[in-house]
Design a protein around this ligand. Structure first.
Ligand SMILES: Nc1ncnc2c1ncn2[C@@H]1O[C@H](COP(=O)(O)OP(=O)(O)OP(=O)(O)O)[C@@H](O)[C@H]1O
Ligand SMILES: [Mg+2]
Length: 230
């Protein structure tokens, strides 16, 4: 069995003015290569914190976090950003696009530090925009896109570095129903491409996906229940 993410006995707490707050407790979780995991739980249950630790954006207080064979819990920040660039594509609720850059330029941004040749950059940008269904807006500046188009640009940007892992935090929170359904279609393509996907969400649209996914319920920083959907 090959796991892309392995988390063991993970704890994350914050100390504020003498009080300790446990954001994540005793988390044990494994994600198989190519699997899609849906993280559910009420606001404050720890979903974003857990995604941040998987992405190497945040350090756990203790525990083991192994992502694609690399133990990242204690890696220094400068190694973590290189690790993220290679392994992780992130799709968040707020898209963080550069508004006066075109769609194509936004998608190109993560490729800059990779020193690829020009043809390779062109190919990756073109293919990522195709998967994310945004090629028809390639030259438009990001500031003028609709919400759904902004999100699809952010998806293309997340795909450009060809990461094996896609992490999504409330990806449909700002989308209407039609755009949320388009997001699910793109997700289905990413699943078919063999990407490993973790999504934190409240949206019931993820209760009935057109492919197999595993639901992990969180409560008060703990994993309380797991099950299969669709
Ligand atoms: N830097 C911090 N200092 C103190 N507490 C924090 C910090 N960051 C997060 N928390 C707390 O950790 C808990 C988990 O937060 P998290 O953002 O992971 O929840 P969530 O499940 O993503 O919620 P939502 O559904 O609202 O996005 C919250 O109670 C939050 O207030
Ligand atoms: Mg959150």
């Amino acid at each position: 069995m090959s796991y892309i993410i392995e988390i063991e006995d993970l704890q994350k707490h914050y100390d504020n003015s003498g009080e300790r707050f446990h954001a994540l407790r005793d988390i044990d979780m494994k994600v198989r290569r190519g699997e899609c995991v849906i993280l559910k739980g009420i606001s404050g249950s720890g979903k974003t914190t857990l995604l941040g630790i998987m992405a190497g954006l945040d350090h756990p207080s203790s525990g083991k976090v192994v992502v694609d064979g690399e133990a990242i819990a204690k890696l220094p920040d400068r190694h973590l950003s290189r690790f993220r660039g290679k392994h992780i594509g992130m799709i968040f609720q707020h898209y963080n696009l550069i508004e006066n850059f075109s769609v194509r330029e936004n998608v190109m941004v993560p490729l800059v530090p990779m020193n690829l040749d020009f043809e390779e950059v062109e190919r990756r940008v073109r293919e990522s925009m195709e998967v994310a269904n945004i090629s028809h807006k390639a030259s438009m500046s990001a500031g003028r896109l609709s919400g759904g188009e902004k999100q699809r640009t952010a998806i293309a940007r997340a795909l450009a570095s060809d990461p094996e892992i896609i992490l999504c935090d409330e990806p449909t929170a700002n989308l209407d129903r039609a755009n949320s359904e388009r997001f699910v279609e793109i997700l289905s393509k990413l699943h078919d491409m063999g990407k490993s996907i973790v999504i934190a969400t409240h949206d019931p649209i993820f209760d009935h996906l057109p492919f197999e996914a595993r639901v992990v319920h969180m409560e008060d920083g703990r994993v309380v229940e797991e099950g299969r959907e669709s």
